[in-house]
Design a protein around this ligand. Structure first.
Ligand code: AQP
Length: 343
């Protein structure tokens, strides 16, 4: 079977980048794949989270999944910390992966900054936990934004090294696939024009939950006024919109806003420029705001409705965790046999 796994961290306000780059793309996969969508709360605590805020953000991600069209009856929806096998497999992977691999990760370098001696050990090991998330379910495909491509490559490196380090044990236990491998080589699914949405304040930085400026992102729970205000104030250059996509080169803010318009309307950037080329921001920004509100308002409305009843969200997560655990324990049981852990 083709199985999809993906996760979102409950580490702050979900934003348009998370929606266009990830959540929106999770929905149609339900028709073609077995789908597992996880609120990765153990990833979130690699950076300190206020406990009540973590609980709120966890329910918010779950609500966003459901409001966007993920059906918990068809997909497995749960929060990571309820399935202990994620941590257990991550430990094995910590012992397979090399420190040098982790040190090369650009997300680690970005998040650690110049202070890399004083961030949590978990932040360094983050990709190892991510590999465990994916490989516990032997997922064949992972839909993610472009920023996660490097972590996906590392997941493949970890799978390959595990398969190689334990090749004899895998064969002895009779647990290899046709090619002798235990873990599959997972493919990223990175598609569409919105693989990387940038900050509204700085077109060279990605839109991020952890950006201290609320003005840098459109949050999924923003109301229509807030969305319009943020787009109106978004940084732009003074030139009008060009007629051809090539002319967006060297204009990161313009490129970003045109890209957002394209993604929200399911068109390509050239098509958007055919409509708006030669116009000024005074025309384009209100059109973009109107489009963003029309797409996001139904989702935020549904999210608010769901968040009014946290007990129901928690029940969905608990039920999903039960189903996830059944799969995860099968894999983990095999891993214990391969590694040599006595039960
Ligand atoms: N700016 C973005 N454009 C497109 N996709 C994006 N994603 C994140 N930012 C953008 C995608 O959203 C999914 C969830 O990401 P995550 O929760 O694992 O954390 P992240 O990638 O680190 O995202 P954030 O929002 O920037 O969070 P913080 O600030 O906490 O690090 C992923 O599929 C990601 O590709």
């Amino acid at each position: 079977t083709q199985r999809v796994f993906s996760g979102i961290q409950p580490s702050g306000d979900l934003h348009l980048g998370n929606y266009l780059g990830a959540i929106r793309r999770f929905v149609p996969l339900q028709d073609t794949h077995e789908t597992i969508y996880c609120v990765v709360d153990m990833h979130a605590v690699t950076v300190w989270q206020e406990p009540d805020a973590l609980r709120r953000a966890t329910r918010e991600v779950a609500a966003a999944f459901i409001a966007a069209g993920i059906d918990p009856a068809r997909s497995i929806v749960f929060n990571q910390s309820q399935v202990g096998q994620h941590a257990e497999l991550a430990w094995v992977f910590n012992c397979v992966a090399r420190i040098g691999w982790m040190n090369r990760m650009t997300q680690f370098k970005d998040k650690a900054g110049r202070n890399s001696e004083n961030v949590s050990l978990g932040l360094l090991a983050y990709p190892s936990l991510m590999a465990a998330d994916i490989l516990l379910y032997k997922a064949t495909h992972v839909p993610v934004g472009d920023d996660q491509k490097q972590h996906l490559e590392l997941t493949r490196d970890i799978a390959a090294k595990f398969n190689n380090d334990y090749a004899a044990a895998i064969a002895a236990e009779g647990l290899g696939a046709m090619d002798g491998a235990f873990f599959p080589m997972t493919d990223p699914l990175i598609a569409g024009p919105a693989t990387r949405i940038m900050s509204l304040r700085d077109g060279t930085k990605k839109m991020s939950k952890s950006d201290p400026s609320d003005q840098s992102r459109i949050s999924l729970l923003d109301d229509a006024d807030a969305i319009a205000r943020k787009i109106k104030r978004a940084t732009t250059d003074p030139a009008e919109l060009p007629h051809a996509v090539e002319e967006l080169a060297g204009r990161p803010e313009a490129d970003n806003l045109v890209g957002i318009y394209a993604a929200l309307s399911d068109r390509d950037k050239q098509d958007v420029l055919a409509e708006f080329g030669g116009q000024g921001w005074g025309v384009f920004k209100p059109a973009l705001a109107e489009l963003a509100v029309s797409v996001l308002a139904p989702i935020s409305g549904e999210m608010r409705r769901l968040l009014d009843d946290p007990a129901t969200i928690d029940a969905v997560l608990r039920e999903g965790a039960g189903r996830a655990r059944a799969i995860a324990e099968t894999t983990m049981d095999e891993v214990r046999r391969i590694v040599g852990f006595i039960r």
